[in-house]
Design a binder for this molecule. Structure first.
Ligand code: COA
Length: 167
């Protein structure tokens, strides 16, 4: 059985192990720790299966410069599921559970860089993100989703990630 809950400090070693296993490198684990150290984390959830941390999702603060309105925006990164638990709906469950929590926390829109085929099934759209200036090469990998309808539509500002992403 898989259960989802908010990340707690005691999950730190298990989360680091999971991220290294999922990505095959320590970069994403380092990013997560830097985001926490910077105080940039908005929401962090884990999935537990067989009494271990099998999945993890993190949202960090993002700004649009210049801000065109008062939209609160967040970055989804990273999302990871342990290779032993992939393709069982864990990643999808983490996304589905976290989005209403983010909306409740006052987040109006979420950005993600990832596979368009995967994230579009949750409502992320590269068209919605296309008017903004992103730090990434052009393409459909940079996507956005509005939690508050109309909150970022037509915005042309520069999307600025937390400092930890510069590492
Ligand atoms: C991407 C990831 C989080 C998906 O988690 P998951 O629990 O396996 O995904 P789910 O079970 O919710 O969804 C599985 C579906 O997503 C698809 N999928 C999984 N990973 C995918 C990927 N990288 N690109 C495209 N589609 C992917 C599968 O084909 C499957 O499709 P189906 O339902 O039609 O069979 C997981 O594979 C992972 O941790 N990968 C390594 C780290 C990574 O790349 N993270 C994403 C960074 S943006």
């Amino acid at each position: 059985m898989i259960s989802l809950r908010e990340w707690e400090a005691e999950d730190q070693p298990a989360t680091r192990r999971l991220l290294i296993r999922a990505f095959g490198q320590p970069d994403e684990a380092d990013l997560v720790e830097a985001l926490r150290a910077e105080g940039a984390v908005i929401l962090e959830l884990v999935a537990e299966a067989e009494q271990q941390v099998a999945g993890h999702i993190l949202y960090s603060r993002l700004t649009i410069d210049p801000s065109e309105g008062s939209a609160q925006v967040a970055a989804l990164a990273p999302l990871a599921v342990d290779p032993d638990f992939q393709r069982r709906g864990v990643g999808g469950a983490l996304i589905h559970m976290s989005l209403p929590m983010l909306a409740h926390a006052g987040v109006d829109a979420v950005f993600v860089l990832g596979d368009a085929a995967y994230y579009s099934r949750f409502g992320f759209s590269s068209e919605l993100a296309a008017t903004l200036q992103s730090p990434f090469p052009p393409g459909d990998h940079f996507m956005a989703m509005e939690l508050s309808p109309g909150s970022i539509e037509g915005c042309h500002g520069k999307v600025c990630y937390a400092r930890a992403f510069d590492l």
